[in-house]
Ligand binder design. Structure first.
Ligand code: KG4
Ligand code: ZN
Length: 347
């Protein structure tokens, strides 16, 4: 089954062709990072307009790269269904992808499969699985979310814990801004951290002694601000060595908090494996530390599928193909900026 997947939840416009939930035949991503760098973050209105400009060429390229066109349905050569991110994300950005997918579904007479963006991040860890061993514990760490979710079956989720304030990626981005680093700062901080001492600063690991599955990053961000407040005034930058030490110490604190709470959640929920998904899943320290400390196998998102992409939406869609919408049902779907991961729909 060939699925054309479209993802436009934030500042990436992406399309992919995925066969049978595992074979990524094309994966095209048009990033707006250069534009948003100038404003130090994503301006939703600007993001939506850029989505509109790029979505058609991105879809055409995904089809061309996969060596397919619309073709027939079910003959193995053409596109059998269209998958699209329904939410969560920025309303304007989501609408562009969703309405494009609906229009294509109508014009080409294909079924439509709406997908939760966060489910996509978790399914990116499962592309190579043939025998699923539920439950999994999903750890979604992105720019907008930090969630521990128990995955009991296909598209069947229960939220176990989350952040009380900033998402993990947001914390990296905000600390990066304090340090004068370009948006998005996650990759930059982790690169600089490699040359620094993670014990140079003692930054707080919030809520570790609390008997829950939640994390918090706002205190950590404030601690970094205080540590550098007297060191950089105006446009000044920290000396290279100190910058690396702050990055390493911040990264170590953020990773420690996530790994400690993940370990507690594993003990309570006893999953067969942990899935690490979302943009922050690209972080090397987090990948290494989770793999070492959890005592259960950790399935890491392949780095090329960690940040937003449509391949993950195509993989996730395959596992809800029985719920594909046809006829008028396709047009009743609307974008949901705060769509949550939840239990499977009862048949
Ligand atoms: O999943 P994603 O592409 O978009 C959302 O759905 O939010 O995640 C983007 C986030 C950004 O906050 C970015 O700074 C962070 O992922 N990120 C990283 C790394 N690569 C991307 N954070 C820490 N370390 C990284 N290597
Ligand atoms: Zn994402």
């Amino acid at each position: 089954m060939n699925i054309l997947a479209i993802e436009s939840s934030c500042d990436e416009t992406a399309a992919a062709v995925v066969a049978d939930g595992c074979d990524v035949r094309s994966n095209v991503i048009s990033s707006q990072i250069d534009v948003h760098r100038a404003t130090g973050g994503v301006v939703p209105e600007v993001a939506a307009r850029l989505q509109l400009e790029t979505i058609v060429p991105v879809v055409e390229k995904a089809l061309a790269d996969a060596g397919t066109d619309w073709g027939g349905t079910g003959d193995g050569t053409g596109i059998d269904a269209i998958a699209v991110t329904q939410g969560p994300g920025l309303a304007g950005s989501l609408i562009v992808g969703l309405e494009t997918a609906k229009a294509l579904a109508l014009a080409k007479d294909k079924p439509l499969i709406p997908v939760n963006h966060l489910a996509g991040h978790l399914y990116a860890c499962l592309a190579d699985v043939t025998a699923f061993a539920f439950p999994y514990l999903g750890l979604v760490v992105s720019g907008g979310h930090t969630e521990f979710v128990l995955m009991r079956g296909h598209h069947d989720f229960e939220l176990v814990g989350s952040t009380r304030d900033d998402a993990a990626g947001e914390a990296f981005d905000k600390v990066g801004k304090l340090l004068g680093l370009p948006y998005p700062a996650g990759p930059e901080i982790s690169k600089l951290a490699r040359g620094g001492d993670p014990s140079a600063y003692e930054f707080p690991r919030a809520m570790l002694d609390q008997d829950n599955f939640d994390v918090s990053f706002s205190g950590l961000k404030t601690a970094v601000r205080q540590a550098i407040r007297d060191r950089i005034a105006g446009d000044q930058k920290l000396p290279k060595r100190e910058l690396a030490d702050v990055c390493a110490s911040f990264e170590a604190a953020a990773v420690d908090a996530l790994v400690t709470k993940a370990a507690r959640t594993v003990r309570a929920t006893k999953p067969s494996a942990v899935l690490l998904g979302g943009g922050v899943a690209a972080n090397r320290r987090l990948r290494a530390s989770l793999s070492r400390k959890l005592g259960v196998p950790v399935r890491l998102t392949p780095p090329e599928f960690a940040t937003d992409n449509a391949a993950m939406i195509g993989i996730a869609a395959y596992w809800r193909r029985s719920e594909a919408l046809n006829g008028g049902g396709r047009f009743g779907v609307s974008a949901d900026p705060s769509l949550a991961l939840g239990p499977a729909a009862t048949p």
